[in-house]
Design a binder for this molecule. Structure first.
Ligand code: MN
Length: 319
């Protein structure tokens, strides 16, 4: 059996589905699984599956140490910047390490299996959004979509639908998406009842979060409690759709933890300073110049907010 371990996002799912479509043609037995959502680690369930597999594929998962530790033949296909694995039992495929540009893992996986279809493009739309179409890969991506009866807008819609299972933190549904993606007609991606219902739930949860919005001087403060992983969507909506210069979003109860998220309209070095300050204090934080996401125990969330106010020189909580 060939085991596919893949990222839970659209790019990871499209990558896995391209592998499945290839294995199906040669009647090769396969199974697929994704790590616990939001955590880049192999749990006991995945390790058990690896034990039963003849060969393990890691797709769109920047987990170098985990791949190195596997004692089975492994094929590691990715597009993140990472250490090159030098181990006889591992085939490491990553054009980025040879100085090449690629839009997504789905692109690299398609190249590896010589199977190009709408999923190759949708994976890239998942990682890069509409920006994909103004890169050097835009025209080939659009051609792939059109050949399968999909427009750019359809691809963006499909991404929103496919991502919905992981936003709802439904690992089983995420894993089941792969087989559907591999064998569904392209147009069916836009009609899958389960995803459409998910997106409705997500939208109403986001609306609920926005009902708690307070603002001051163009900065929005949105505090909510949700088991859904909507915080980045909430922040994007505040800046991109509602026109705020900046937003601080706080999810006070996410799977027993708290999430804090900042997004600015314009990049600022202050965000990088904030990320390193939080990391110095032992908080799990990451991001780039216009966005910061942190996850911490619920009891630490006020400390994180204080650090944030200090470094960004904002008074975040308006009353
Ligand atoms: Mn990716």
């Amino acid at each position: 059996m060939k085991l596919i371990v893949h990222h839970w996002d659209v790019d990871g799912l499209c990558s896995a589905a391209i592998a499945v479509a290839t294995f199906d043609k040669s009647e090769t037995e396969w199974e697929n699984c994704t790590p616990p959502i939001g955590r880049f680690e192999l749990d006991s369930r995945i390790l058990e599956l690896i034990g039963k597999a003849d060969e393990v594929y890691f797709l769109d998962l920047n987990m170098v140490d985990a791949v190195k530790a596997v004692d089975k033949p492994a094929i590691f296909i990715d597009h993140h910047n990472q250490e090159k694995i030098d181990k006889p039992s591992v085939i490491h495929v990553n054009p980025v390490l040879d100085g090449m540009q690629v839009p997504s893992a789905s692109w690299v996986v398609s190249d590896y299996f010589s199977l190009w279809n709408h999923l190759s493009a949708i994976g890239a739309v998942g990682d890069l959004g509409a920006k994909l179409f103004s890169t050097e890969f835009g025209s080939s991506a659009e051609k792939l979509l059109l050949r399968h009866g999909l427009t750019r807008e359809d691809a963006l819609k499909a991404v929103n639908l496919i991502d919905s299972s992981y936003i709802l933190m439904d690992r089983k549904a995420v894993e089941e998406s792969v087989e559907f993606l591999a064998f569904a007609e392209p147009a069916e991606l836009l009609e899958r009842e389960e995803w459409i219902k998910n997106v409705e739930k997500i939208e109403s949860e986001i609306e609920k979060a926005f009902s708690n919005l307070a603002s001051n001087n163009g900065i929005a403060w949105i505090e909510f409690s949700s088991q859904f992983n909507i915080i980045s969507k909430v922040a994007r909506k505040a800046v991109w759709e509602e026109g705020f210069e900046a937003v601080i979003a706080v999810n006070r109860d996410f799977d027993g933890m708290a999430q804090v998220y900042v997004r600015l309209r314009n990049p600022s070095p202050k965000i990088l300073r904030l990320i390193s300050e939080l990391k110095d204090r032992g908080i799990n934080a990451g991001g780039k110049e216009e966005v910061m996401g942190a996850i911490c125990p619920k009891s630490k969330v006020d400390e994180v907010i204080e650090i944030l106010e200090e470094v960004l020189e904002w008074r975040a909580r308006f009353s």
